[in-house]
Design a binder for this molecule. Sequence first.
Ligand code: PLP
Length: 392
Amino acid sequence: MAFLTERDKKYLTKEDICAHVGDDYADYKGAIVPPIFQSSLFVMKTEDNGIGDEGYNYTRVANPTIDVAERKIAALECADGALCFGSGMGAITASIFHFVKQGSHVVMISSIYGVTRVFLSDYLKKFGVEVTSVNSDSTEEILSKVRPETTLIFLESPSTAVFKLQDLKAVADFAKARGIATVIDNTYATPLYQNPLTYGIDLVCHTASKYLGGHSDLIGGVVAGSRELIEKLTGERFFLGANMDPHQAWLMIRGIRTLPVRLRQHAKNALAVARHLEASPHVLRVFYPALESFPQKELVERYLKGHNGLLSFLPRGSTESIRKMISKCRIFQNGVSWGGFESLIVSISVGATKEAAASSDVPVNLVRLHVGLEDVDTLIADLDQALEYLEA
Ligand SMILES: Cc1ncc(COP(=O)(O)O)c(C=O)c1O
């Protein structure tokens, strides 16, 4: 199924799209898995060489394996088109560059992924772009900080430390009426559980290095949007030289095929771990959008169709003992990133100053877990023995 017809769109579920859409079997000699076109260039048609015009010339511009991945992402995000990038940051920075120029003003939420925050608020200064950081869970504050020169509102909902949500439709309606672009990092929800374009957001970015890949063996990024915007964004990708490699694209296609089943298991394990931590005397607070105690429940129900393996918690104890607790985990490995098969534990703000924590909406001593696909009883036992090292 190379392209979705209107009839396909009516009955294909996300599971069907993950499994089949974009794989044009006829084009690949019937291969059920598309080949990796690991080729930097494509011989072009001449009068005599007998080669048809396939529309490919150089992989920095386009490549058939990358095209398969882009068709899958576009269908999953309810978009006209998608573009793959060499990393999530490649996708995010290209999208931001598209909507800013000298003198532009950007509104961004404060609990955004740290590297995106530094790019927006520090790096872009040299181009004269001003940025206002706003409380991630206050739609009123987001809207109230817009100025006549605002060209972009950058969202991340839920964010990935304490999972703050924004009201996507309210922000998109407000921005559209004023000609302001909206871009969201939708990595937490994945294209399975939230489709921001359907609420009027202009561009959706993901890092594919998390669940889209799903096996901690690739770095990649994607952007989805309208035909017009995606065509324009090929300019940024071309100049920045930020296209995905065909082998990365192939790994991402393979990851996407099992995305629905992996996410269900991550969410099941994570909910059990979150409830267990919530009941532990060693834990002050747990942040996980599927918990009954989660503060923005109404927005969760309105926007999220499912959950994943990412959660965070505030341990009860000194900074030193929290560091010790992290080092005593045996199954949860101490590592950044998330979205792979494995369980991870990482300090987000252990030992941070109150001022640094306040500027990013992240409380001091926050520990993040990625709950993997291991047996949930093993995971809980691992955490229980590590929590014993906490002392006030
Ligand atoms: C929410 C979020 N967005 C974007 C990125 C950047 O993605 P990449 O590492 O693929 O550049 C990350 C990386 O951890 C992330 O967690």
